[in-house]
Ligand binder design. Structure first.
Ligand SMILES: NC(=O)c1ccc[n+]([C@@H]2O[C@H](COP(=O)([O-])OP(=O)(O)OC[C@H]3O[C@@H](n4cnc5c(N)ncnc54)[C@H](OP(=O)(O)O)[C@@H]3O)[C@@H](O)[C@H]2O)c1
Length: 329
């Protein structure tokens, strides 16, 4: 089978399409013939070596397809069934993948393969961020950085569904329009203007209850300046680079007389979705939002295994809108 194999972590030249053996199917596994794989920022971190991983490995955490074989202990799925998965180590930039059946979810007929490949990892992330990590409610105000990205557009929509006011940051006029259409109440071009000034002006000096920050290096430290008293920073990514260390006393404790005692959390999906029940519950909730038309999935660029380097280059260079996917067949 064909797969994108990383022999050595590094730049775009480490992305190579090669022939590898079909994976063996263990007793708890299903073998999936993939139709689409999701492209996520974590794939860039893994390719570049931000996170150490045993080499060589096949890129990709998310995908959808059809079950063509299964181990003898798998009872919950049948051959021919359409399934998707959000976060596995096996490698979805590939024609086939074998994964533990516990990591797969059945796809309802209303959710086609393109939408499923575009919503699982980012949608489940937005779901746990807004429903669990900091449960938004009417009366809350949230700042969402990179509001027109894959996770960003979904987080804006979920925050609005939960009744919060939403401020978003974006880097282009096209992205601003998309985040506006997703429901953001106020948007800031953080490539041109100081987002701290923008947020404090719009909130009349009060600040926000929560900042959802996936940008990291360029936004994290200054995000403390827009928090309300006892506000929370949810630092869930680092697309602009690794965040600097923080000094607890000066950052969290003693900001000003009026505002301080802040909270910071660094959540990752596997800590919120760590068993099959949680995966099923949150995926059902996500699919229901989509089927009922409450959440719209913006499928941006479609790439192939052959032009996968372009996909990573575009995501790294901030050229993508919403979700990018790889069409496998
Ligand atoms: N913790 C978790 O479990 C979890 C799960 C999924 C995703 N994530 C994180 O969520 C973030 C978003 O992931 P995604 O796949 O949806 O990507 P994405 O948001 O579609 O793309 C990244 C966006 O970050 C912004 N950005 C700002 N500075 C950047 C820079 N120097 N280089 C590249 N991008 C920059 C860009 O938007 P602007 O041009 O508008 O600035 C860019 O479009 C990533 O940091 C990812 O690691 C975390």
């Amino acid at each position: 089978m064909k797969a994108i194999v990383i022999e050595k972590q590094g730049g775009l030249d480490q992305i190579n399409l090669v022939e590898v053996p079909l994976p063996e199917v263990k007793p708890d596994e299903i073998l999936i013939k993939l139709t689409f794989a999701g492209i996520n920022f974590v794939d860039i971190y893994e390719r570049m070596g931000v996170y150490p991983i045993p080499l060589p490995f096949i890129l990709g955490k998310e995908g959808v397809g059809t079950i063509i074989n299964k181990g003898e202990r798998v009872k919950q799925f049948s051959l021919g069934e359409r399934v998707g998965f959000a976060y596995v180590t096996g490698g979805s930039y590939s024609e086939y993948i074998a994964i533990n059946a516990e990591h797969a979810v059945a796809l309802p007929p209303e959710v086609d393969d393109v939408i499923a490949a575009s919503c699982l990892l980012q949608g489940l992330t937005s779901y746990f961020l807004t429903h669990d990590t900091f449960h938004l409610q009417p009366g809350h105000t949230a700042l969402i950085h990179a509001a027109a990205g894959g996770v960003g557009l979904l987080t804006v929509q979920m925050a609005k569904l939960l009744g919060a006011k939403v401020i978003g940051t974006v880097s282009t006029a096209r992205k601003l329009k998309l985040a506006e259409e997703a429901g953001a109440d106020y948007l800031i071009r953080y490539d041109e203007k100081d987002f701290v000034k923008g947020v404090m002006h719009w909130t009349e000096g009060v600040g926000v209850d929560v900042v959802y920050d996936s940008v990291g290096a360029t936004t994290f430290t200054r995000s403390f300046e827009v928090l309300k008293n006892r506000g929370t920073i949810v630092s869930f990514g680092q697309s602009s680079g690794v965040i600097p260390p923080i000094d607890l006393n000066s950052r969290l404790g003693n900001r000003t007389q009026q505002r301080g005692s802040f909270y910071v959390t660094r959540p990752v999906i596997r800590h919120y979705i760590d068993n099959q029940e949680a995966l099923k519950f949150k995926t059902n909730a996500l699919f229901n939002y989509i089927i009922q038309g409450k959440i719209r999935i913006l499928v941006g660029n479609q790439y192939t295994l052959e032009n996968c380097r372009q996909a990573h280059q575009d995501l790294e260079n901030r050229l993508t809108l919403g979700k990018s996917i790889l069409k496998i067949i």
